[in-house]
Design a protein around this ligand. Structure first.
Ligand code: C2E
Ligand code: MG
Ligand code: MG
Ligand code: MG
Length: 293
């Protein structure tokens, strides 16, 4: 065919493009099937108070237990879920799972409580009825609203600002907390930080990496901390992998940390935030319960 039309470059491009398209369609059908058929699971990673070692909460992180591909990372299927619109029902499901689990952590002897964080895509925010889904998950689970945090990335700011502001404010009215995820990597405008009702800033792991030895990262993180403190936002550092990074962040005054050094994401069955003995992983209590230094 390519020879007949004389467009030689299409000869290699088209079939490959076609294959990619087929692969996408197959993956999309698989993903719909995964949602219907119990292949999606939520893992939980602890957020640790760097001053006390107490587990402040857990972030819900979606996984796909694919029958042939094994455990698929969200980086590989969230984008597809977003473009196909499947992120709306998937996100609703994650909200229900995470709030139901966290409701079981509530304990009268523990008034501070253990938070749960759920990631929310811009698509859910703009096209889905996120407000309804969040209110519904809270009502079904009985979780106190202040124990739920929604994590949203800066890509949100690329959409209609007035609409976004209204929606964020209505979510705040429910009593949930809002975190700005991966801060510093996206569509940043500092005016948005002031304007939108965020409670928490999550310092992206790219600024945490080697912060104990990398002066540029130190400077960026330090500026974010100052900004957060000035705007009275709670600070979380993500992706802490070494004791050195942990010490530097603590010295900067970051209150909460998250990362493989503090506890890896794991299945719900391994999360056991019993008041007094907060441990992320029953099999490996040292990973979280041990002194931080
Ligand atoms: P995120 O919200 O920024 O989540 C943090 C990611 O960093 C997670 O990747 C986590 O496993 C990983 N991580 C944690 N500590 C460390 C560390 O010390 N070192 C390194 N290298 N990585 C660390 P994961 O689970 O693969 O998720 C990737 C992204 O997928 C998330 O980034 C989030 O944007 C998105 N995502 C995950 N679950 C959901 C969900 O339920 N809904 C939506 N819309 N997005 C989700
Ligand atoms: Mg997140
Ligand atoms: Mg993040
Ligand atoms: Mg991230």
């Amino acid at each position: 065919v390519a020879k007949a039309t004389g467009k030689g470059r299409c000869e290699t491009f088209q079939p490959r493009h076609h294959a990619v398209q087929l692969e996408r369609e197959r993956l999309q059908a698989d993903l719909q099937h995964a949602l219907d058929g119990d292949q999606l699971v939520v893992h939980y990673q602890p957020l640790v108070d760097l001053g006390t070692g107490r587990i402040d909460g857990y972030e819900a992180l979606l996984r796909w237990q694919h029958p042939e591909r094994g455990l698929v990372s969200p980086a590989d299927f969230i984008p597809l879920a977003e473009t196909s619109g499947l992120i709306v029902p998937i996100g609703r499901w994650v909200l229900r799972e995470a709030t139901a689990l966290a409701a079981g952590w509530q304990h009268p002897a523990d008034p501070a409580g253990v938070h749960v964080s759920v990631n929310v895509s811009v698509r859910q925010f703009v096209h889905g009825d996120l407000l309804h889904d969040v209110a519904d998950a809270l009502r079904r689970s009985g979780l106190a609203p202040h124990l739920l945090t929604l994590e949203i990335t800066e890509s949100l700011f690329a959409s209609d600002v007035r609409d976004v502001t209204l929606k964020l404010e209505r979510l705040k009215d429910l009593g949930v907390r809002l975190a700005l995820d991966d801060f510093g990597t996206g569509y940043s405008s500092l005016s948005y930080l002031r304007r939108f009702p965020f409670d928490i800033l999550k310092i992206d792991k790219s600024f945490v990496e080697g912060i104990d030895v990398n002066r540029q990262n130190q400077a960026v993180a330090s500026a974010i901390v100052t900004l957060g403190q000035t705007l009275e936002l709670d600070l979380v550092a993500e992706g802490i992998e070494t004791p050195g990074e942990l010490r530097s962040l603590e010295a900067l005054g970051v209150r909460l940390g998250q990362g493989f050094h503090l506890g890896r994401p794991g299945p719900a069955a391994l999360v056991c935030p019993t008041p007094g003995i907060r441990r992320a992983d029953r099999r490996d209590p040292a990973s979280v319960g041990a002194p931080l230094r």
